[in-house]
Design a protein around this ligand. Structure first.
Ligand SMILES: [Zn+2]
Ligand SMILES: [Zn+2]
Length: 859
């Protein structure tokens, strides 16, 4: 393979600029991709469990196109895989498709095609696009969740959970989107409660639904000791689980003209420390005691208010910025902690469906209570304060909860810390039967029923005689019908499919009907990395030995938007799998890294409807996959993302061109540049070679640390610097030296995980030039830093005369004292001060780190 052709040497003795083949990614990249596939570079021998490294990236949804956001997630992940392989790791980097779900169904309805056809043709296109990245995905392990070989195991899991009491059916109010049917709580977004997927206003409906009993794991899920999440995810999950210690407090009604008193009103509070600050109570309009407690002269007004509240939606009632309304019912309650009578109101900001439908109102320490108290002129009594601030007037509710706060205006509990005080107050009321310590969680059981077609059918049968009958294991999978009829009412065509619906009861053989709900697709994504390890296993969902050996997954990469959805569901699912004896581990993954999100140029989420999607194919055609990969790594810290801007991609492309030139044309010079091919003045060739070697090894040290920390942007910047250093010595006597060759070799090796094609090409040309047999750069070991090359060779010595700094000298690290003294006295600045006099003493402090010249008669 001829790499260069050199014209006749010029008269000056310098070679003319060599003509080398242009860097043309389109000629290189497909060739190497094919070669890697032939070599099975990407294929992992899962039986070889030595040095195993399971690298998982969130599997894509088959929306139709791979967009630049997929590249942003996947190509640095591939760089990690290649980097780890160079450390001798047996890396497993599988890929699959999250193939069930609403977009396919919506597209199918819109285009009148089958969701399966839509999904599978998208997957075919995405496979092609994913291959263009040059990523080393192990396609042999591919998993597609709409494949019956996959979803039958969702059904199997469900039946196991049902047997173990971890799945159950219950009637309950659900959040209902008119387009998407039932939503999980976390799929309802914003104060206006809209659907996460389509944005429609969410309603409440009462339905029989299937649940997984994940609240069982609430406390365990708060233990993050075996899983490393980025802080924001850990914090979001902690808040989502929402453990709060508090108490249920019993207030009694006070006797009055119209009422004997003694009725119990229970409230739950997470702030029992503020009980002395309760200056009124509020009942929900629906609270059963409203009717009995209301005084006769208040009845008309209260009834009118209750009727108005019932006509309003919860959304309207809970809206934060709305003026607080309410009416007094003309009765009092007795605060059990101090025997004080406090008035009872009815107000619509308290809901009957949440908690007990009654609250103790502490206006000093709750925003809504504060607004209400202001409006109705009720007392505001501060009971928690940092010492010395308890007499300051409040202009708003004081809800800060710092460690310094103590109880004030709280009788015998004054001076206690808030947490301690709260516990003591509950304990003292408990003795009198007026309170019960209670822990509550925000976490709810996982609602998995969806009234849609394109998902895993829930494998149960409804029989009039036998009730709910699980589908026997041997009848799995319950297949989704191939063709569906979207004409007709309701979002779920399964409810109209008689062939699907009608079935013999497995128990009594009588006529029965299949369940038509399908599963939340977050079930599919809760265990797919276990399936990757035995994707075709016919007699079980996972291979327990493989799972035991290869998981928890070493490293998982994906988006932070899944913090309280996928990243929490999957933890719950693994714990459920453990509890039915399927796996032994507590967590699915060891470490999770959230890369940022690439937004459209307009700063909005990329979507076809907004027209702000960047097509990577177009960039690949223009610059090649390596430039696109490298540019995405270079544009900023990986965990930050940001709006897409292609400016700068040209610079990255020029960098790869520079590498191309350095490797293939080391002796060339830039025509018209007089500095090109000449060493800088004063730099000897020996100095230059040492400088180059030092630069190469420093870069290796820093780039290694950057790969380890996923700091790809600084990694690329450092490789660019090294290429600049090489460029400076191109065409000089340094080019082609042993140090040059070493630096070029290191540059290619360091760049190879990030830009795999061009480095492979240049590597192969170098091998060919020396007549060596070809072997892939991606089979090379990661180089080792030579500490001697980066050791400091010189140091700076401050020179003082009578304690005053006069000069600084750069000297070799190993300089001997006599030589140092000679250099100091030779300094022009020092010589000028001495003016020919001999110094009285020369002190080299700190082993020569600082030199002081003592001159008795001044200086
Ligand atoms: Zn919706
Ligand atoms: Zn039956």
């Amino acid at each position: 393979m001829t790499e260069t052709t050199t014209d006749a040497a010029s008269a000056a003795g310098r070679p003319e600029r060599t003509r080398i083949e242009r860097y043309d990614p389109s000629a290189i990249e497909p060739r190497w991709q094919q070669r890697w596939e032939e070599l099975a570079l990407h294929r992992t021998d899962l039986q070889n469990t030595r040095e195993r490294y399971y690298l998982l990236t969130m599997y894509p949804y088959p929306s139709g196109d791979i967009h630049i956001g997929h590249w942003y997630i996947k190509t640095p992940t591939d760089a990690i895989a290649r980097y780890r392989r160079m450390h001798g790791k047996n890396v497993f980097l599988p890929i699959g498709f999250d193939a069930f779900g609403l977009p396919a169904e919506n597209a199918a309805i819109k285009n009148q095609i089958n969701p399966r056809d839509w999904t599978m043709s998208n997957i075919a296109n995405m496979r092609r696009q994913l291959r263009q990245m040059g990523a080393t995905f192990d396609w042999d392990a591919e998993v597609v969740t709409c494949d019956p070989d996959y979803y039958r195991w969702n059904q199997w899991f469900f039946l196991q959970f049902l047997k173990a009491g971890l799945a159950y059916r219950a009637k309950s109010p659900v959040d209902w989107c008119p387009n998407d049917g039932t939503l999980a709580r976390e799929q309802v977004e914003g104060a206006d409660r809209h659907c996460w997927r389509c944005g429609a206003k969410v309603e409440k409906r009462e339905l029989d639904q299937w649940y997984l009993k994940v609240t069982k794991y609430a406390d365990e899920l708060l233990d993050f000791s075996e899983i490393h999440f980025p802080d924001p995810v850990r914090i979001q999950q902690t808040n989502w689980i929402g453990r709060s210690e508090g108490g249920e407090i019993v207030f009694e009604t006070a006797p009055s003209d119209h009422h004997a008193g003694g009725e119990e009103i229970r409230v739950f509070t997470t702030r029992p420390d503020t009980l002395f600050g309760a200056t009124f109570m509020v009942l929900a309009p629906e609270h059963p005691l409203v009717a009995t407690l209301t005084a006769p002269d208040r009845r008309a007004e209260v009834e009118a208010y209750v009727a108005r509240a019932e006509a309003e939606t919860e959304i309207e009632r809970l809206s934060g910025d709305r003026e607080k309304t309410g009416v007094s019912i003309g009765a009092d309650a007795i605060n059990p902690v101090n025997g004080e009578r406090i008035p009872i109101f009815v107000a619509d900001y308290v809901l009957a469906g949440y908690g007990t439908g009654a609250i103790m109102a502490v206006p000093a320490h709750d925003e809504r209570d504060y607004a209400f108290a202001e409006r109705f002129g009720l007392p505001i009594r501060r009971v928690v304060a940092e010492p010395g601030t308890e007499h300051e007037d409040l202009s708003e509710a004081y809800i800060a909860h710092s460690a310094d706060e103590v109880l004030v205006n709280s009788g015998e509990f004054n001076g206690l810390g808030a947490d301690e005080g709260g516990r003591r107050i509950v304990a003292s009321l408990e003795e009198r039967g007026k309170a019960r310590a209670a822990v509550t969680y925000r976490l709810r059981d996982w609602l998995i029923s969806r009234q849609r077609y394109w998902g895993t059918p829930i494998p149960v049968i409804h029989c009039d005689r036998c009730g709910i009958v699980p589908v026997p294991d041997e009848d799995l999978p319950v297949l989704l019908p191939e063709t569906v009829d979207y004409e007709g009412s309701g979002v779920n065509p399964l409810t109209r499919d008689e062939a699907f619906l009608n079935v013999a009861c497995p128990n009594c053989d009588g006529p029965a009907r299949r369940e038509t709900d399908t599963m939340d697709t977050f079930i599919d994504s809760s265990w797919y990395w276990y399936r990757y390890l035995s994707p075709h296993k016919p007699d079980g969902p996972i291979d327990p030995d493989m799972v035991e050996t290869w998981t928890p997954v070493e490293q998982y990469t994906g988006g932070a938007e899944h913090a309280v959805m996928h990243l929490l569901y999957a933890r719950e699912f693994t714990k459920m799998m453990r509890d039915i004896g399927l796996v032994q581990q507590n967590e699915p993954w060891k470490r999770v890294f959230n890369q940022g999100q690439i937004l459209g140029a307009d700063g909005e989420r990329m979507s076809k409807s907004r027209g702000n999607v960047q097509d990577p194919d177009e960039l690949v055609r223009r610059y090649g996959a390596d430039t696109v990969r490298l540019f995405l790594m270079f544009m900023g810290p990986w965990d930050q993302g940001g709006p897409w801007s292609p400016s700068g991609i040209g610079g990255v492309h020029r960098f790869l061109n520079r590498v191309w030139t350095i490797v293939l044309d080391p002796h060339g010079v830039e025509p018209g540049d007089p500095d090109s091919g000449v060493l800088p003045a004063g730099e000897t060739e020996a100095d230059a070679r040492a400088t180059l070697r030092s630069a190469a090894h420093r870069t290796l040290r820093d780039v290694t640390a950057d790969y380890e920390g996923f700091r790809f942007n600084t990694m690329v910047a450092k490789l660019m610097e090294l290429s600049n250093t090489l460029m400076r010595y191109r065409g000089t006597g340094v080019a082609g030296s042993a140090e040059w060759e070493e630096a070029v070799r290191l540059l290619l090796l360091m760049l190879s995980p990030a830009a795999p094609h061009v480095t492979e090409e240049l590597w192969s040309r170098r091998l060919a030039a020396t007549g060596a047999e070809w072997s892939s750069i991606h089979a090379e070991r990661w180089p080792e830093v030579d500490a001697t090359a980066i050791a400091e060779t010189t140091r700076e010595v401050p020179i003082q005369v009578n304690g005053k700094l006069r000069d600084k000298l750069i000297v070799p690290v190993s300089i001997d004292p006599a030589e140092l003294e000679r250099l100091v006295l030779a300094s022009p600045k020092v010589a000028a001060i001495l003016g020919g006099r001999a110094p009285d003493r020369i002190v080299a402090a700190g082993g020569g780190k600082l030199v002081n010249i003592v001159l008795r008669d001044g200086g």
